[in-house]
Design a protein around this ligand. Structure first.
Ligand code: NAI
Length: 337
């Protein structure tokens, strides 16, 4: 059955990598009706709004979107695109798989980071504190962690592990210092973990030690679940372990919609040069196909993608090669068989 999906090509290199992605998914037999919408700078150009209502309405209808990188215009009065999307669709789980394809420093990383996306220090409750005559003598940021939010993100991690045949969930925290907020996350996580005993292993790591373990022996990790700020930092660290931002897709899963994207930005330094790597957005497209039940397409594309990047002739510049976006895309389509 044809599935309607909102497509936001994005800014900068976005349209070029979106074209490549749609071309490959279509060649692999994806049965998707793309509803093209704009956001970011393209949204400002067309509707005077980086997150136009027409785009939000489309996602409300389709409940699934593939999003290219977006530039949030500088200046007051513009709403932040990511915040608007997170709020509109309660996108609470940020899911970032990372897998070694081109062997580098590590040969067999295959892990998924599940980051809580709506709570913690990122809720934006900040203010200055006056001391004496200085109105900005100090600043205070409030981290809010709820039992509800902790339970649903840890449960999401376990369910993801079960659904994808993964064996272990590592919960990352700092409860030894932040005894209330992180303590609540850890306690709730332990409670959820008990329900999965015998089906999925569970372990705990303190964030600072985790950062070290990841660069020393990343192969030992399977599914990692953590709070917002720690997840933000670890996810970029993990991207670096598997060949950089051009290889890492992300999914934002919400209660009313799921939005799939490349982790990287608009790459202003290479716009128009025809050398962008569409890999991250393509892998996000594979996650999307899995999400809508088109697993065979996802598997076929992943296989063709892996075969292509293993061949030096087809690597783009960010992976140390000289191939153009078009040459890379042609090679993936050819590898579909
Ligand atoms: P960036 O990710 O756009 O670029 C960092 C470096 O990686 C650049 O050298 C770029 O050429 C390279 N790069 C990124 N993606 C690539 C790809 N697919 N192929 C080859 N090389 C690639 O990060 P930067 O420069 O900090 O941000 C640029 C703009 O992107 C900003 O306006 C920022 O706000 C926006 N941005 C948007 C995101 C989103 O919509 N999800 C995420 C991150 C940044």
């Amino acid at each position: 059955m044809t599935t309607p999906v909102t497509l936001i090509p994005g800014d900068g290199i976005g349209p070029s990598i979106s074209d490549a992605t749609v071309r490959i998914l279509t060649a692999a037999g994806a049965d998707i009706a793309w509803d093209n919408q704009v956001a970011g700078i393209a949204g400002v150009s067309r509707w005077g709004d980086p997150m136009p209502d027409a785009t939000l309405d489309s996602i409300k209808q389709t409940r699934v979107a593939l999003k290219g990188p977006l530039e949030t215009p500088v200046g007051e009065g513009f709403r932040s695109v990511n915040v608007a999307l997170r709020k509109a669709f309660d996108l609470y789980a940020n899911v970032r798989p990372a897998k070694t394809i081109v062997p580098g420093r590590f040969d067999n990383i295959d892990l998924v980071l599940v980051r809580e996306n709506t709570e913690g220090l990122y809720i934006g409750h900040e203010h200055y504190v006056r001391i004496g005559d200085d109105p900005r003598a100090a600043a205070e940021s409030i981290a809010v962690i709820t039992r509800f939010g902790s339970e649903r993100i840890v449960r999401y991690a376990f369910e993801h592990a079960l659904a994808h045949g993964r064996k272990k969930v590592t919960l990352v925290h700092k409860a030894n210092i932040l005894k209330y907020s992180q303590g609540l996350f850890l306690d709730t996580g332990r409670m959820v973990a008990r329900e999965y005993e015998g089906r999925v292993q569970f372990e705990e790591r303190i964030i600072d030690a985790m950062a070290m373990h990841l660069v020393m022996r990343p192969e030992q990790f399977d599914v990692i679940v953590t709070t917002n700020l720690f997840g933000d930092i670890l996810s970029d660290e993990i991207s670096g372990l598997v060949g950089g931002l051009g290889m890492t897709p992300g999914a934002n899963i919400g209660t009313t919609a799921a939005i799939f994207e490349a982790v990287h930005g608009t790459a202003p330094d290479i716009v128009g040069m025809g050398i962008a790597n569409p890999g991250a957005l393509l892998l996000a497209g594979c996650m999307l196909c899995d999400h809508i039940g088109q697993h065979a397409v996802a598997t076929r594309v992943r296989r063709a993608f892996e075969q292509t990047v293993k061949d030096e002739r087809f690597r783009t510049r960010d992976l140390g090669g000289t191939a153009s976006t078009d040459q890379f895309t042609d090679a993936v389509v050819a590898a579909l068989g």
